[in-house]
Design a protein around this ligand. Structure first.
Ligand code: A3P
Length: 345
């Protein structure tokens, strides 16, 4: 009898406990998502008087919640019209550099309530066929956003493609341009690793990095190898500077974005005239991934796909030394032009 009563009591306690935990989890989740809908403390007092370039965040946070709901389901034309959703041309573009951390940068900027990312690389300006489809085609590729939000897209091929600066200039001569760079030799090896993985997936064989990066006839660095050419940042930047003043560019340190993303993101927020909204809360280090991951709220977080952060093959140290020596003068020029110095060897 006593045993039966105890079992009944345990059962009741279990049900009550589950209910309490369930309610707690629900509340916590609501607060997490509400954080994006209704600020917990007045935004205005946190940022001081609103400047002309500033975005009315209170409205944005509220609207972004709705926007998210629209993206999950299929918004009808009527809903889109009702909520004043628009597809806007980008106000800022991450133009490169391939393997610099372009995806991480885009995803991390998207944590900001005033930023909406174009998820796919659109390749409008570097692909003649796409470019021929016209600017309306490009605009239609953009995500829905609220008029006060800014759209950002990334297509790393833009940085190295001859025709792109002029084409972007024709669209918007005052657009903001973001370039994320990594130490050039590491970037070249990362570039090679991506191609190598593609070949392996198709069961193909591929050359060793050393063979591609060094010309066997001269034993010098092979400047015809694309992974090497892409890392000569100053050469590409100089082409862009024929169209845009240096003030329209912001250089992001891709190596630092890996180890310490927040200060890099805060510099970008400043460059884009956005109030500082990305915080340490939004970024947490995931030891299994070995990288920082993104936290939108207490229930929703994500890490980048496994294709980001590959293990690089070991490269002969003499080749690395040769490459670093080769990039050195170009790097110096790059520091000089951009006003941003890195500790690259
Ligand atoms: P590796 O694969 O060489 O490590 P991109 O997006 O331009 O292709 O750049 C890919 C690089 O982004 C990766 O290069 C990785 O090091 C870097 N990266 C930076 N922050 C990252 C993050 N939080 N998660 C995963 N990769 C990140």
């Amino acid at each position: 009898m006593l045993f039966k009563q105890q079992a009944l009591l345990r059962q009741k306690l279990f049900v009550l406990g589950s209910l309490a935990i369930g309610s707690l989890l629900y509340l916590v989740a609501r607060v997490g998502s509400l954080d994006r809908l209704q600020p917990l403390c007045p935004i205005d007092s946190r940022f001081g008087p609103r400047g002309q370039d500033e975005i009315p965040l209170r409205a944005l946070q509220f609207k972004r919640g709705l926007l998210h709901e629209f993206r999950k389901g299929n918004a009808t034309k009527e809903q889109i019209r009702l909520h004043n959703l628009v597809q806007q041309l980008p106000k800022a573009i991450i133009i490169g550099v391939r393997k610099g951390g372009t995806r991480a940068l885009l995803e991390m900027l998207n944590l900001h309530p005033a930023v909406v990312k174009a998820s796919q690389e659109i390749h409008f300006f570097d692909n003649d066929e796409n470019y021929a489809k016209g600017i309306e085609w490009y605009r239609k590729k953009m995500p829905f956003s609220y008029p006060h939000q800014i759209t950002i897209e990334k297509s790393p091929a833009y940085f190295i493609t001859e025709e792109v600066p002029e084409r972007i200039y024709k669209m918007n001569s005052s657009i903001k341009l973001l370039i994320i760079v990594r130490e050039p030799t590491t970037r070249a090896i990362s570039d090679y690793t991506q191609v190598l993985e593609g070949k392996e997936r198709k069961n193909k064989t591929y050359y060793k990095f050393e063979k591609l990066a060094i010309d066997p006839n001269t034993c010098e660095v092979n400047t015809k190898y694309k992974a090497v050419r892409t890392s000569i940042y100053t050469k590409h930047l100089e082409r862009w500077l024929k169209y845009f003043p240096i003030e329209q560019f912001h250089i992001v340190d891709g190596d630092r974005l890996i180890t310490e993303p927040l200060p890099e993101l805060q510099l970008v927020e400043k460059f884009l005239n956005l109030p500082p909204r990305i915080s340490q809360y939004n970024l947490y280090f995931n030891a299994t991934r070995g990288f920082y991951c993104l936290r939108f709220n207490i229930v929703f977080n994500k890490c980048l796909a496994g294709s980001k952060g590959r293990i690089h093959p070991e490269v002969d140290s003499s080749v690395i030394t040769k490459l670093r020596k080769f990039f050195h003068p170009f790097n110096q020029k790059f520091y000089q032009i951009t006003g941003r110095t890195f500790n690259w060897p």
